[in-house]
Design a protein around this ligand. Structure first.
Ligand SMILES: C[C@](O)(CO)[C@H](O)COP(=O)(O)OP(=O)(O)OC[C@H]1O[C@@H](n2ccc(N)nc2=O)[C@H](O)[C@@H]1O
Ligand SMILES: Nc1ncnc2c1ncn2[C@@H]1O[C@H](COP(=O)(O)OP(=O)(O)OP(=O)(O)O)[C@@H](O)[C@H]1O
Length: 267
């Protein structure tokens, strides 16, 4: 039997960086939201562990250690499972783009293999933080406030979020999360209250590395009925929420062809 699991794209509606921690990572206050679109993972029972990657961004991943396999191996050890799995990842999200693609894929693997192997979900929760700061949020894939390194989560009930039409736009340049944090200016600009009034404190650092982010943000600001425009995570993907689906689709149709875009909804 083949099982399938979505790996929804992650957005940081706001992202405040509050300081540097002793381990070199950064203390964050963020609101995570998720899209109704993203990557997708399929699995079938097998004796061995194997992964095939297909889809528009598959080639960029062929030669490296995939977070899906790391997640599968860590979960197998944590839960003491002897079985394997044959996995297929449909890679539709750009790599290193601030929408948590790798984290979403790893989280999807944890959920999918928990079902396939019939194991206690507590093992997935225990493994998630070891795979990356965004993986616990992606495991949840529900609107949440994140603190600590982004892994201390509290569900956020906000009835204005689900169903909002959004357009994600990336100028086509991969951006390393580590490099962006390294360029953060070290200024704590204060806590995050309401996400609508927040900021993305990594925007300045990301724009130093990829100046086209400024062009994408300006372009989104100029779209009709765009009412909330921001960069997600460490960039370079930016997004706008729209008053209605038609306005979002008009913006998607006008998007320059050398930029990647995804028309979706918040879930
Ligand atoms: C920027 C965000 O996307 C916001 O949600 C995340 O904080 C990044 O999460 P992620 O991609 O899962 O990142 P990780 O794989 O854990 O870390 C990549 C690198 O980003 C930096 N990093 C990450 C998270 C954090 N709170 N502080 C950091 O300084 C570290 O240099 C780390 O080596
Ligand atoms: N399945 C995967 N999908 C994407 N990247 C992966 C995957 N497996 C491993 N990686 C590696 O992880 C790195 C981070 O990729 P990812 O797409 O998660 O970044 P991101 O979108 O900037 O994430 P975040 O918003 O969490 O910072 C990539 O440079 C890539 O080398």
């Amino acid at each position: 039997m083949q099982l399938s699991e979505p790996a929804p794209a992650k957005l940081n509606l706001s992202l405040h960086v509050r300081g540097k921690l002793p381990d070199g990572r950064h203390a964050l206050e963020t609101v995570f939201a998720f899209c109704t679109d993203g990557d997708r993972l399929e699995a079938e029972a097998a004796n061995h562990m194997a992964l095939a990657v297909v889809g528009p961004f598959a080639d960029a991943l062929q030669d490296q250690d995939n977070l899906v396999l790391r997640a599968a191996k860590e979960l197998r050890v944590a839960a003491g499972v002897g079985a394997g799995a044959s996995l297929i990842l449909h890679k539709d999200l750009p790599i290193a783009s601030g929408v948590g693609g790798g984290s979403a894929d790893a989280a999807a693997a944890l959920r999918l293999l928990t079902r396939l192997w019939g194991i206690d979900p507590k093992h997935a929760s225990a493994v998630a933080p070891k795979l990356g700061s965004d993986v616990p949020a992606c495991l949840l894939s529900m609107t949440a406030r994140g603190e600590g390194v982004g892994d201390a989560l509290q569900l956020l009930v906000d009835p204005t979020i689900a169903g909002t039409p959004v357009l994600l736009v990336n100028p086509g340049t991969a951006l390393s999360t580590r490099d962006v944090f390294a360029k953060w200016d070290g200024n704590d600009r204060g806590p995050l209250g309401d996400w609508r009034e927040g900021r993305n404190d990594l925007e300045g650092a990301a724009r130093m590395l990829v100046p086209q982010i400024g062009e994408v943000l300006d372009w989104l600001e100029q779209r009709n009925d765009a009412n909330f425009v921001r960069m997600s995570g460490s960039g370079a993907t930016c997004f706008a929420s729209f008053e209605n689906e038609g306005a979002r689709d008009d913006a998607a149709a006008a998007c320059p062809s050398n930029w990647w875009h995804l028309a979706s909804f918040l879930r």
